[in-house]
Write a protein that binds this ligand. Structure first.
Ligand code: HEC
Ligand code: HEC
Ligand code: HEC
Ligand code: HEC
Ligand code: HEC
Ligand code: HEC
Ligand code: HEC
Ligand code: HEC
Length: 340
């Protein structure tokens, strides 16, 4: 009997000691290994008990991307991701001695670039909001507030032309963790005012997933475009499939119209042969081909010449998706080359 009680006390004691040791060590809370991300930012969240570490460094594919002097019991930050598999090395040290080290692999997928469309074996999407995350709610608000639930109707949306800055900080619960999603220069309308739930349905499964195809959400607000494009005889391949977000970031991007790349680069991603310089003008006209970029667009003032100068990226009444509602090729040419 005595022996039993003794060993029991021993067990409890060693358990407590283990817990203390555990509590004082640096731990990674997010992300898990082998996850899949759609966009170029990875959120990292670490528990760093007081005095457990004085430096955290993160390398992405062997290049240092973050270096943090921890001063809170939780450190949350983000690092950029390249397309494909990213090797993430996280190291914490104290007084020059390494106290924590781990390596994760994260796959960044892309619908646009062939090589990265398919998730490699062993990787899977980890739905953060579908999992257990009560530890985060010690400091963050995880459930959306009434003010986050803005209506989807475009008219009610436009009526809400309010002061962005105050709205963001005061009303969006999503902001504290996802603030970088709206940080690129060209921000999509609803994202600029943190109306995240106009596309991310909180009652969907998994939580916050977006309806597919994209047109299900996009045409909810872009009614004018829907009516216009669907009345056209020819609709561009990806638009027919409802894949708006293959070209447009739903959040924010470096390029006008929230495109993932500049228009020319975007088109050439799928139509490589048209970027060769041999487009439009055959040998009979010119040995140089017709310019498709790097000049001002003579019609659309302020824009640069690009594939979209002659083609509508969405729909047209002409088979080659010609812009300007022209009926034949010479009408197209005349748009820019007036008869003198
Ligand atoms: C002890 C409080 C605390 C806890 C617990 C906490 N966070 Fe944070 N988190 C913060 C603070 C404070 C910031 C703002 C950091 C800043 O701006 O320097 C933040 C910012 C973030 C950011 C934004 C980082 C960036 O680069 O902008 C993310 C993402 C995040 N937290 C995720 C999480 C997740 C996931 C958890 C749970 C695993 C969590 N946090 C738990 C305090 C906490
Ligand atoms: C505690 C921080 C935190 C808060 C608050 C938060 N998120 Fe997240 N969210 C995360 C993290 C971490 C991920 C994992 C993916 C990533 O790193 O972007 C994530 C992922 C997502 C995803 C991708 C699907 C998934 O479950 O992984 C969506 C969509 C999303 N969040 C929407 C929202 C919306 C909308 C809100 C506001 C109502 C919100 N989030 C609030 C931390 C947070
Ligand atoms: C116009 C619609 C729209 C709005 C508004 C929107 N999103 Fe998204 N979001 C999407 C789509 C589409 C995806 C891609 C989902 C997919 O393909 O499964 C996405 C994906 C995400 C992801 C997942 C990223 C990943 O790597 O998996 C996060 C996180 C996210 N959104 C956060 C937000 C936050 C925070 C807001 C508010 C500022 C917001 N979104 C507003 C349409 C939207
Ligand atoms: C909640 C309503 C709403 C939804 C849903 C929505 N949009 Fe928008 N969108 C807007 C508003 C508002 C603007 C800003 C209009 C303006 O600036 O004239 C806008 C502007 C745009 C622009 C033009 C940007 C520019 O600079 O000209 C593009 C492109 C766009 N949205 C694409 C999309 C795509 C793709 C989807 C689906 C993933 C989508 N939108 C879903 C409301 C919405
Ligand atoms: C093949 C790529 C591609 C796809 C797919 C695509 N867009 Fe666009 N979109 C563009 C480009 C390029 C522009 C800018 C054209 C320019 O330079 O004027 C644009 C412009 C826009 C604009 C602003 C100007 C306008 O025409 O009203 C909106 C809104 C828009 N797109 C919405 C959508 C929606 C909604 C979908 C899905 C039905 C979609 N786009 C699918 C490439 C695309
Ligand atoms: C994600 C891939 C993708 C991107 C990006 C893309 N396209 Fe396309 N495009 C297609 C597909 C798929 C078709 C249909 C091919 C077919 O029917 O043979 C197509 C067809 C076309 C056609 C021929 C239509 C016809 O009926 O003859 C034109 C013109 C065109 N695209 C122009 C553009 C322009 C301009 C851009 C940039 C704004 C662009 N594409 C970007 C995938 C893409
Ligand atoms: C100066 C006007 C002009 C520009 C700029 C232009 N195109 Fe074209 N495109 C045409 C004309 C005219 C045709 C039809 C004659 C032909 O096939 O050469 C055409 C045809 C096409 C076709 C369809 C061919 C088919 O067989 O149906 C595609 C795809 C295409 N262009 C893509 C592009 C892409 C991608 C770019 C940008 C790199 C671009 N175009 C730039 C005028 C232009
Ligand atoms: C969107 C405007 C636009 C359209 C439409 C257009 N062009 Fe051009 N074209 C240009 C521009 C810009 C240049 C370059 C002018 C310069 O640099 O001085 C050019 C140059 C040319 C050149 C001289 C090429 C060289 O080697 O310098 C020829 C020939 C030409 N275009 C023929 C055509 C024909 C044929 C069509 C109809 C199929 C056409 N263009 C449609 C804008 C256009």
């Amino acid at each position: 009997m005595r022996i039993k009680i003794l060993s029991c006390t021993f067990l409890v004691l060693s358990f407590i000691i283990l817990r203390i040791a555990e509590a004082e060590a640096v731990t990674l809370q997010y992300p898990p290994d082998k996850t899949v991300m759609e966009f170029d930012l990875l959120n990292i969240s670490m528990e760093v008990p007081q005095a457990s570490a004085d430096l955290i460094t993160v390398k992405v594919n062997d290049k240092e991307k973050a270096s943090i002097v921890p001063d809170k019991k939780y450190e949350c930050f983000s690092v950029p991701l390249a397309l494909g598999i990213n090797k993430i090395d996280i190291t914490a040290s104290r007084e020059g001695k390494q106290v924590f080290n781990t390596t994760l692999n994260v796959f960044r997928r892309s619908d646009l670039v062939g090589n990265y469309m398919k998730t490699p074996a062993g990787f899977k999407k980890d739905y953060f909001h579908a999992g257990e995350n009560s530890r985060c709610s010690e400091c963050h608000m995880l459930e959306p507030k009434e003010t986050d639930k803005r209506p989807v109707s475009p008219t009610s949306f436009i009526a809400e032309t309010f002061d962005k800055k105050t709205v963001i900080q005061a009303t969006s619960t999503c902001y504290s963790c996802h603030n970088k999603i709206a940080a690129s220069p060209y921000v999509h309308g609803p994202v600029a005012v943190w109306s995240c739930l106009s596309c991310h349905d909180m009652d969907s499964d998994p939580k916050y997933s977006v309806k597919k195809p994209d047109t299900e959400v996009c045409f909810g607000c872009h009614i004018e475009q829907k009516t216009d494009w669907q009345s056209k005889k020819f609709i561009h391949g990806p638009v027919t499939l409802g894949k708006c977000a293959i070209c447009h970031s739903p959040h924010s991007s470096q390029y006008p119209a929230n495109l993932y790349k500049s228009t020319w680069d975007l088109c050439v991603t799928c139509h490589a042969d048209r970027g060769s310089g041999r487009h439009v003008l055959g040998d009979a006209f010119s040995t140089q081909g017709h310019p498709t970029r790097d000049r001002p667009d003579p019609v659309r003032t302020g824009k640069k010449l690009s594939c979209a100068s002659c083609h509508d990226p969405h729909a047209s009444n002409f088979p080659h998706l010609w812009a300007f509602e022209v009926e034949d090729m010479f009408d197209l040419c005349r748009k820019c080359h007036y008869d003198k």
